[in-house]
Design a protein around this ligand. Structure first.
Ligand code: ARG
Length: 461
């Protein structure tokens, strides 16, 4: 049989493969709420502008409500023959209310319809990520508050570099998450334009009111160019770019959790709620959630590259290629949602072993820079000379298997006669972090003022 929506000029129905390659209902049914909201706003506007009778509008609105109930309760029979969510709903509407259903598609095309549904979906996902990022930031700030004074090794090249505080480390992730939040809000702001009414590609001759539908659907204003509107997927690309960067941050945090929770590091213990056991090794507690968060960029980066590749070189305006925009965006939404929620939960529950962190902070001659700085400050040495003297001190201590602070004063004096007893006060890890008071540095007082600043900003929004 030929198609119920466009069968007029068709003598036969589609090949089975045609139907299979063409159908998107298996995944775009996820857009049913948005599709129904869009159709209701469109019908209301058509009635207000005199294109549709009030009776038809009421029948359409009620029918759409019935369909929403059927889909929500799982009682709706989705059909691949009806291709996508738009035609599944419209065909069901015709079954329910008869000929009035055929008037709903006046002054509209599936091209502006799908652009609307998809944009609404991405926009509300981003709004949920705003809230998710705020919760994540809150968990990090709470940890930072508890550990403004907790000393741990700071790393470069994953080698012990200089002591830092765990609070400062948490705040590094707050900075990343805050940039993610700002990218998220920025993208919402830019996509806040309503596609409905662009019609197939050229607009319509009916006296529609696009400002009315834009407002009804919660957009700031309608889009300005009908050709661009039906062929634009920047909003989805921007979501994916935001998601890829955010997931990258979460994967770095996850990697640190994986490393830090090994017995060799022992900096953190994951809660039972965020670990798994082994079916053979009874002693095991594995950081599976952290590993999965670490892996999510595989899917999300894939989605970004996939959609960029689908869109590149497409001539204006709509092409069916663009139907390939949805599945991976949906997957990226779900993946990022899980990654963010699991990261927030892990941070919130994680036990910090302050003693293990402090012990590790003292290893690896982490206060060598403090000794060099002391020589510059107290003995007037140029930094490069101070660096050399300190390097020799480290070599001697290392040969004896002791720390810098354990070197007798006479040995230090042999390296540079101006060294005095006072030098020992800068060689502890606590003194080291306390001295790093430069703006943005790791000193506990800096950490506390940064926390206060972020608390104020997040609460103020
Ligand atoms: N399912 C289609 C999509 O996702 C809807 C738009 C179809 N428009 C068309 N002219 N074939 O893009």
């Amino acid at each position: 049989s030929s198609n119920e929506m466009w069968g007029g000029r068709f003598a036969s129905g589609p090949d089975a493969i045609m139907e299979e390659i063409n159908a998107s209902i298996d995944y775009d049914k996820r857009l049913y709420e948005e599709d129904i909201a869009g159709s209701k706003a469109h019908a209301a506007m058509l009635a207000d502008t005199g294109v549709l009778s009030a009776d038809d509008r009421d029948a359409i609105t009620q029918g759409l409500e019935t369909i929403r109930g059927e889909i929500a309760s799982g009682g709706f029979a989705f059909s691949r023959e009806r291709e996508d969510i738009h035609m599944n709903i419209e065909a069901r509407l015709a079954e329910l209310i008869g000929p009035a259903a055929g008037r709903l598609h006046t002054a509209r095309s599936r091209n502006d319809q799908v652009a609307l549904d998809f944009r609404l979906h991405v926009k509300s996902a981003l709004e949920r990520f705003e809230a998710g990022l705020e919760a994540f930031i809150d968990a990090l700030l709470t940890k930072a508050e508890a550990h403004a004074d907790t000393v741990m090794p700071g790393f470069t090249h994953l080698q012990v570099a200089q002591p830092v505080t765990y609070g400062h480390h948490c705040l590094a992730y707050v900075e990343m998450a805050a940039r993610d939040l700002s990218r998220c809000r920025d993208a919402i702001e830019r996509m806040d334009e309503c596609p409905l009414g662009a019609a197939a590609l050229a607009g319509t001759g009916f006296p529609i009111d696009r400002h009315q539908t834009a407002a009804a659907l919660g957009f700031r204003e309608p889009t300005r160019n009908s050709l661009d509107t039906v062929s634009d997927r920047d909003f989805a690309l921007e979501f994916l770019a935001f998601a890829a960067i955010c997931a990258t941050h979460l994967s770095r945090l996850a990697e640190e959790i994986v490393i830090w929770s090994t017995p060799q590091f022992g900096f953190v213990k994951l809660s039972d709620a965020f670990s798994t056991g082994s079916s053979i090794m009874p002693q095991k507690k594995n950081p599976d959630a952290a590993e999965l968060v670490r892996a999510k960029p595989g899917r999300i980066n894939g989605a970004l590259i996939s959609l960029l590749t689908v869109m590149k070189g497409l001539p204006l305006s709509y092409s069916k290629d663009m139907q390939e925009d949805k599945e991976q965006v949906f997957d990226a939404i779900d993946s990022l949602h899980l990654a963010l929620a699991a990261s927030t939960g892990m941070i919130r529950d994680m036990h910090i072993d302050c003693e293990a962190m402090r012990r590790a902070a003292g290893h690896g001659y982490s206060t060598a820079t403090d000794l060099a700085d002391w020589l510059v400050r107290e003995a007037g040495l140029p930094f490069r000379d101070a660096h050399h003297v300190t390097g020799r001190a480290v070599a001697i201590a290392e040969a004896r298997g002791i720390g810098l602070a354990d070197l007798p004063l006479d040995d230090l004096k042999a390296l540079d006669a101006s060294i005095t007893e006072g030098v020992y006060s800068v060689l502890t890890v606590e003194a080291s972090v306390a001295s790093r008071r430069s703006y943005g540095g790791t000193a506990p007082d800096n950490v506390r003022s940064a926390i206060a600043l972020w608390r104020e900003r997040i609460e103020r929004k």
